[in-house]
Design a protein around this ligand. Structure first.
Ligand SMILES: Cc1ncc(COP(=O)(O)O)c(C=O)c1O
Length: 378
């Protein structure tokens, strides 16, 4: 069976990048690797649109989130967490783990936070030291307005904005410096189209002042230590050599393509799939949508988990279902990763078939035709 990976992470990896990573492992303290690491960090700044240092750690994205909490704050500090999905919840859980008290803004899953609500919460709680948010909440397919949040938090000297951009960085425009995003986390297995295993974290000048005051316990995830190592063109501990070499190749491709073309590619895949959904008579789940993924609502009487299962087990296509209370209610397809318009056509054809198999009538070819037309015109 031919397999396709179209979940919102991990994503399919370009075989050429896999081959680059299959080169013999080199030593992480060698001049040869220092040169690669320095170039990769510089190229990451291009995607991040920042002059800040970007650190690369051997961990999944959550490690980068944890580093952002334990390096910026101290036990007893207060933080504002925007919770509109599974990953927003993770911010609050991480804060609680480190003894940071959280004020939560609970946002209806499928909606973006209203910046005015964040401003009001900060006015009410002037001692809040950090605002934690997702640029893109992957569990619901919603983009939070981080640009507006950057303006609000930027006016406050004693508060920083920490953004989980794990499924947003490299997917659409995120201007780290211009928008005042103090700490920005990304991960290798999303738009960077690599296997899982790297988290990347940028730190602004303002955020370094917080890091210098932070009293949370930390050992591996110590950004001040990493800053020192960066000065010596290395990492504190053994670098994930092969993944970083792979990242270098992906970033070379991104630079060659240009950010605007990269973002336009994701918008195009997303536009086609969303147009196709309407043509198939299927609703989308989020009201505030994103080009990173498409989140289909499972029609009344259809178990979304079954759709995912049929695609994976019978057709060889991996997409993702819903988490927590959305389990069985939605299914999700990625537009980032090593994917082309033809992959989207395959996914749509598979959804048409699975729906009919489950007894929900979707006209064969309706979604595929709409996507074909969209791609031809755009
Ligand atoms: C927005 C967001 N945050 C955090 C994570 C967690 O990342 P990881 O699973 O790499 O630890 C994910 C992964 O799906 C994500 O999409």
């Amino acid at each position: 069976m031919k397999r396709y990976l179209m979940a919102p992470g991990p994503v399919a990896v370009d075989p050429h990048v896999m081959l680059v990573m299959a080169e013999p492992v080199i030593h992480h303290r060698s001049p040869q690797f220092s040169e690669i690491l320095t170039r990769v960090r510089d190229d990451l700044k291009y995607v991040y649109q920042t002059k800040n240092d970007v650190f690369i750690m051997a961990s999944s994205g959550t490690g980068g989130m944890e580093a952002s909490v334990c390096n910026m704050l101290s036990p007893g500090d207060r933080a504002l967490c925007i919770i509109g999905g599974k990953f927003g919840e993770r911010w609050a859980e991480l804060c609680q783990t480190y003894g940071v008290e959280t004020v939560n803004i609970d946002v209806e899953w499928g909606r973006a936070v209203d910046p005015a609500q964040v401003e009001a919460a900060l006015n009410e709680n002037p001692d809040i030291k950090a605002v934690f948010v997702q640029a893109h909440e992957t569990s619901t397919g919603v983009k939070h307005p981080v640009k507006e949040l950057g303006e609000i938090v930027g006016r406050r000297e004693n508060t920083i904005l920490v953004v989980d951009a794990i499924s947003a960085m490299g997917v659409y425009d995120l201007k780290t410096d211009d928008w005042g995003l103090d700490v920005v986390v990304s991960g290798s297995q999303k738009s960077f189209s690599l296997p899982p295993g790297l988290s990347m974290v940028s730190v602004s000048e303002k955020a370094w002042k917080f890091a210098e005051q932070s009293k949370c316990p930390k050992y591996y995830f110590n950004l001040l230590k990493e800053r020192k190592a960066l000065g010596k063109k290395t990492t504190s501990y053994t670098s994930a050599v092969s993944l970083i070499i792979g990242l270098g190749e992906v970033l070379r491709q991104f630079k060659e393509m240009g950010l605007e073309a990269l973002f336009a590619h994701h918008r195009r895949l997303s536009g086609a799939v969303k147009t196709a959904a309407a043509a198939m008579g299927l609703e989308l789940f989020p009201r505030d949508d994103s080009e990173a993924i498409t989140v289909f609502k499972a029609p009344e009487g259809i178990d979304g988990t079954e759709v995912v299962k049929i695609l994976r087990e019978e057709y060889g296509i991996t997409i993702a279902g819903g988490q927590a209370h959305l389990k069985g209610k939605i299914f999700r397809i990625s537009h980032y990763g090593y994917l082309s318009e033809w992959d989207m056509i395959i996914a749509l054809a598979a959804i048409e078939r699975a729906m009919n198999q489950l007894g929900y009538k979707v006209e064969y070819g309706s979604g595929v035709a709409a996507a074909q037309e969209y791609f031809a015109k755009n």
